[in-house]
Structures are given as C-alpha cells and as structure tokens.
Design a binder for this molecule. Structure first.
Ligand code: F3S
Length: 405
C-alpha cells in the first residue's frame, strides 16, 4: 500500500504516540483490505457509546497528543445531568460517562451525541468520501445520500478523523457500490415503521450484499423512512449500501443500480404478506408493560409532533413510563415550542444525547417494554428487558392502557 512521506513519518511516530496509533490502525485496515493508498475524508462520525472500549481508545490517542484533523460528530451516550434525577446509577457508571465526554472533548470532536447525523448534524454531499460509524448512519449516507463510507467502527472512524484520511477500499470504490441482487417490492409503505419492517426483511435476505429494490409503485420515502429502513437492514443483516430504483441517487434506472453488470432476475418478491409475517415474527409479546421507549434511531421534531397527535389529549397510564430519545436540537425546539411541556403533562418525557443501550435504563429490566424499533428491542433484550415491537399508534394505545393486548 502506497504511503506518502508524511504518512510514513506519522507511522514512524514523528508526530507523537497518539497520531502513530491512529495511523497504525488505518494502515493495518488498508493492508487487510488491499487498499492502494489513503484518501482524504471531508467528514467523520464516531459511534461513541459511553462504554469502556471506545473511551479507552479515545484516551489512548488524546493522551498521546492526537487531535482530530476532521472534527467528527458523535453518537449519544446518556444525559447524566437530566437522567440521574429519575434513575439510580453507580458511581462507576457515572464516572465512565464523564470520562467519555472529557476524552472526546479534548480530542476535538463535535459533541452532537446524535445517532442520525445524516439528518442534520453532519450531512455529507453526493460522492463525498467520509468515515461514518454507527450501523444506521452508514446505510443512510451511502444509500440515501450517495456519499461514500465504509462500515467503520467507532475505533476506525476516530482514527480516520485524527489523520483526516481513510484507506481506499470497499464502498469508496464504484465497483463495491453496485447492486449485487434484485428484490421486487409490491407493498404499501404508509409509515416509517413499515420501512423499518421492510429493512429488517431485506437485511435478513441480503447479509452483507448490496440489495437493489424495485418497487411496483415508486415510493417517495422521507428522511425518517430511509433512516429506519437502513437501521433495520443493518440490524438483521449487515447492509451498508442499497439502491431503490427511481428513488436513491445512484439508481435512476435498474441498469445504473447494477453499474453495467448483467441484471439478475429478482431473488424474491416482498408483498404486504411477507411484511406482516416479518412483523408477526418480531412482535409476539403481550401483557402488562412498564415502559414505552421510542427514538432508536433518534426521533425528529416531526415524530415528536406525531406522538402528541396520537395521544389526542389522553395520558400515559400511571404504571407505565414513556420515554422518547431525540436529537438535542429537536428537544430544544420542542422546549421552545412548548411541545415538550405539553407532552410532559400527558406523562411523556423526552431526553437528548441519550442511547437506549445505556445503564441508566436498568431499572426497567425484567418487565415488558414496547417500542416501534426492532433495533431498540434487539439491544434492550441483550440487557435483560424483553420488548414487543409495534407501530407508533399501537405503542401509544398501550401506554394509555398500561398493557399490550
Ligand atoms: Fe441510536 Fe443507540 Fe439506537 S445510538 S440507533 S439510540 S442503539
């Protein structure tokens, strides 16, 4: 793999141990994937998680003198000031959260704490080379926006942000962005929840291949729809790039989606029946609930408004908590618009900067929760809370009753 004299000097440690570690990782990645050279990136997003491994890596680099050449935006951890008013956490959990914020601040990250950067806090242009971690963000920037990112880890994205470069391989190359196989879709997609279920279905079929979706009736998905589709395709599978014919920017035609390759016949057809079967396989649980959790990925302001509309003045049942995770800017806007105050009167709380996969939520574990996100259910169940998955309107009805029928 070709390195410039400057890149070699960083690898030799001439700029200090922090830059050297970052370059060692990028160089090793490049060698592993047969990259020809490094290329500059314009943007980065780091899936900071507030967990020990990511924090350790950031401290290692910054204590070695590294500062980001390209300031990355960051994923959420949890809002320690707000959530400790409601939940008990241990001193160790609090200290880890504080160490995380401190390390990323010192290395020069933009502390957006938002897991949908492509929607507003860090939006790449078409064709831009970037290094984005966060499983829901990578398919969004590749598929929906036509920017170019590999499936970075928090570790490799931070190394790329420090050096300002990434190895030229994978989704940075035209030949790796083309469609690998075709799926026909003949289904109604009324809500972003349905896009999430479609993504979950597609991810299982695709694995890490690039799916091309050909719709019977060309849809016009909005940003939340793209986000939920990609988040779930990257949860049930490892999809980082997809095409929707006549919809996404690199697929104006079926021929363009396959980049000149022979167009295969459709591997399968997804109709309302397959989506219903997928939903049923994900959502069997019923009974008393102690939590409704929304915002994985983070809710937008429009989604907050939709929650208020569905409540229609009713209140959350006294035995149930209702939490929405959203980008801090959306929470701030809701505060200014008094949407936050109106929702709180109904028993709905919202919080910025926070992920569902954090220790602050542990008091709910052991009882049934409800969410509109298969990704949320997947992560929460690993921490010991079973979750039913339902569309938003059903989540709201369950919150009002305190149970899911
Ligand atoms: Fe965001 Fe955490 Fe879900 S980073 S997508 S809330 S798992």
């Amino acid at each position: 793999m070709f390195l410039t004299d400057e890149e070699k000097s960083i690898l030799d440690g001439e700029r200090g141990a922090g830059y050297q570690k970052a370059m060692e990782l990028i160089y090793a990645l490049g060698l592993t994937f047969d990259a020809e050279k490094l290329i500059p990136i314009k943007r980065a997003h780091v899936a900071l998680s507030g967990q020990e491994g990511d924090t350790y890596w950031c401290e290692l680099l910054v204590n070695g003198g590294a500062v980001c050449a390209v300031p990355p935006t960051t994923n959420p951890y949890w809002d320690t000031a707000y959530l400790t008013k409601f939940f008990d956490v241990t001193r160790e959990e609090l200290e880890l959260a504080e160490r995380t914020g401190d390390a990323y601040r010192r290395i020069g990250a933009k502390l957006t704490y938002h897991c949908a950067p492509g929607l507003g806090t860090n939006v790449p242009f078409f064709g831009e080379h970037v290094a984005f971690s966060e499983s829901s963000a990578t398919p969004y920037v590749n598929g929906a926006l036509g920017a170019r990112s590999n499936r970075e880890s928090s570790v490799s994205a931070l190394a790329a942000a420090v050096i300002g470069k990434t190895p030229l391989y994978g989704y940075h190359l035209d030949e790796c962005r083309r469609g690998d196989f075709l799926i026909d879709v003949d289904a109604d997609m009324p809500e972003c929840y349905d896009w999430g279920i479609l993504g979950h279905c597609v991810g299982k079929i695709a694995g890490s291949r690039n799916p091309v979706l050909r719709f019977k009736n060309t849809p016009r998905p909005g940003q939340e729809d793209f986000l939920y589709f990609g988040a779930e395709a990257a949860t049930s599978g490892a999809v980082a790039m997809y095409h929707m014919v006549g919809v996404t920017p690199e697929a104006p035609t079926l021929e363009a989606a396959f980049g000149g390759r022979k167009i295969p016949s459709a591997e399968c057809v997804i109709t309302n029946k397959e989506l219903k079967a997928e939903e049923d396989s994900l959502t069997p649980a019923t009974g008393e609930i102690n939590l409704v959790m929304l915002g994985c990925p983070h809710y937008t302001y429009n989604q907050l408004l939709e929650v208020e509309r569905l409540f229609a003045g009713r209140r959350v049942n006294g035995s149930t908590a209702f939490w929405i995770l959203a980008e801090a800017g959306a929470v701030e806007l809701a505060e200014r618009s008094h949407l936050r105050q109106r929702l709180e009167l109904l028993g709905v709380r919202m919080v910025g900067d926070t992920c569902i996969d954090e220790p602050c939520w542990k008091s709910f574990e052991g009882s049934l929760g409800v969410t509109d996100s298969p990704k949320c259910a997947y992560y929460r169940e690993r921490r010991g809370q079973p979750f039913a998955i339902r569309r938003l309107s059903v989540c709201v009805e369950a919150a009002v009753k305190g149970r899911l029928d």
